[in-house]
Design a protein around this ligand. Structure first.
Ligand code: ZN
Length: 233
């Protein structure tokens, strides 16, 4: 008998533990349909716990598309369209809250920044497509006056991450096939303590287009004020 590759066995064992850990009736409410309250588009980065960051531990709670650089769009025959992973739950599963989640230290934003400042695309082609779609966002950010270009690269990248979240949020707000009654929020997930708070805090940087931290602070209960900081304003 051939030996099982070590990591394949780890996957099988991990899934067995998962099966055994599930409470009875875990999927009872969602066996035949789903009505997630929120669609949250995140970066595919392995350090971003896409459901757990919100404390969700039940199936059907959050629709979880992700890609390189938490981009809300895709390209179809040269046309910039809203990504289907965002539109599906909004149009077919009753979801009316959309969330864009960037994160500190994002490799996609770093790559786009490097291209925007003269380096080559990282490759291969499938990666380059998504980095290329971010480059104009980074160039716009660098010309906006909001980025401290004299700062160290880590700071510049984290400011660009926040700018990108705002940009992606704005694209959704202006998109024809995102209904006007869908609430759209932008967050930066901080696993590095960049915002000065505990690692794991999702910083609220955009509420339906509102980006002023003091105005956002007024929209949330006082106990969450520390989650409304901005690196841009
Ligand atoms: Zn990332």
């Amino acid at each position: 008998m051939a030996t099982t590759p070590a990591f394949l066995e780890e996957l099988l064992a991990g899934n067995r533990r998962h099966v055994e850990s599930l409470p009875d009736e875990y999927f009872a409410g969602v066996q035949t349909s789903q009505h997630p309250d929120v669609v949250a588009i995140c970066c595919s980065d392995s350090r971003i716990p896409q459901e757990h960051m919100w404390g969700f531990d039940h199936p059907g709670a959050v629709f979880t598309p992700s890609n390189i650089g938490n981009q809300v769009w895709d390209e179809d025959e040269g046309e910039r369209i809203v990504d289907g992973g965002l539109l599906y739950p909004i149009h077919h599963a009753g979801t009316n809250v959309a969330v864009v989640v960037g994160h500190t230290g994002c490799g996609a934003v770093t790559a786009a920044y490097q291209v925007a400042t003269g380096d080559d695309l990282p490759g291969p082609q499938g990666v380059d497509k998504w980095v290329n779609m971010l480059v104009p966002v980074v160039k716009e950010a660098l010309e906006s006056g909001l980025i401290d270009r004299e700062a160290d690269e880590e700071t510049v990248i984290n400011q660009l991450v926040e700018y990108n979240v705002d940009h992606q949020t704005q694209f959704l707000r202006e998109a024809e096939n995102v209904p006007a009654d869908v609430d759209i929020y932008g967050f930066v997930y901080d696993f590095q303590g960049v915002y000065g708070n505990e690692a794991g805090c999702a910083h609220l940087v955009n509420v339906n287009g509102e980006i002023d931290p003091e105005s956002i602070e007024k929209l949330v209960p006082a106990e969450y004020e520390t989650a409304t900081e901005s690196l841009l304003f």
